[in-house]
Write a protein that binds this ligand. Structure first.
Ligand SMILES: Nc1nc2c(ncn2[C@@H]2O[C@H](COP(=O)(O)OP(=O)(O)O)[C@@H](O)[C@H]2O)c(=O)[nH]1
Ligand SMILES: [Mg+2]
Length: 219
């Protein structure tokens, strides 16, 4: 019996991602894909940094989750346009889901689109959404061995955020060991440490994001 082999199972996604990137490029919108495990602090990072960006940038957020609109409600409370993307149990977003969401946001008016991916350190990293920049999160509560265990999460990241640094005194997280492993996996990634309790690191993060946005403010 002949067996069909699909050599590139990601081909369909890659095509949709290329279309997304082309549309975003045409409109001058920078797209950031925010990835990290469940509870690593993705939405908290957005809550801290979005108010620092909305003065100078027109921003919208796509919130990826399996169920519930809880995270979209947290973003909407900041008066930032947001669409909740529910995967109904799916463990990652893909480029087609994001493409559908483009019609629900004022894309042409934006400078920046941030996609919070489904909380998962594995699957989302395999799917290009058409983003320009990836920000990957490692919280100190997860352990310094996680870059070695989930290298794909960090391999393509332009920036790694080391979150929940206020918890460092309560964990055995070895910052130097984590940074060494991150450099081995992805020597080009910037690393910024954050902590929502003292708000440290968010000035640097806001500056990093502003530099990444290519379209000047058109307002
Ligand atoms: N101590 C501490 N807790 C944090 C920090 N950031 C997030 N958290 C907590 O971690 C939990 C998960 O945060 P959330 O932003 O929902 O993570 P997400 O699932 O990755 O979006 C919540 O209880 C947050 O209050 C931080 O910097 N320090
Ligand atoms: Mg979240």
């Amino acid at each position: 019996m002949k067996i069909d082999v699909l050599r590139n199972v990601f081909e369909h996604n890659d095509r949709a991602a290329a279309e997304n990137r082309e549309r975003l490029d045409t409109l001058g919108v920078t797209c950031i894909n925010l990835l990290g495990g469940a509870g690593s602090g993705k939405t908290s990072v957005l809550e801290a940094v979005l108010p620092m960006l909305t003065d100078s940038l027109s921003v919208a957020v796509l919130e990826g989750d399996l169920v519930t609109t809880a995270d979209a409600e947290r973003i909407a409370a900041l008066n930032v346009p947001v669409v909740q993307l529910l995967t109904d149990g799916g463990c990652h977003l893909n480029a087609t889901i994001v493409q559908h969401a483009f019609d629900r946001i004022p894309l042409a008016d934006l400078n920046l689109l941030i996609v919070e991916n489904v909380g998962n350190p594995i699957c989302p990293a395999n799917f290009d959404l058409g983003e320009h920049l990836r920000i990957s999160i490692l919280s100190v509560a997860e352990g310094h061995d996680k870059p070695a265990k989930y290298p794909l999460l960090f391999k393509e990241a332009a920036l790694v955020l080391l979150t929940k640094c206020d918890l460092l005194p309560h964990t055995d997280f070895d910052v130097a060991a984590a940074q060494q492993e991150l450099r081995r996996i992805n020597p080009n990634a910037d690393v910024i440490s954050t902590d929502v309790k003292t708000r440290s690191g968010f000035d640097r993060l806001a500056e990093w994001i502003r530099k990444g946005c290519r379209k000047p403010v058109a307002r």
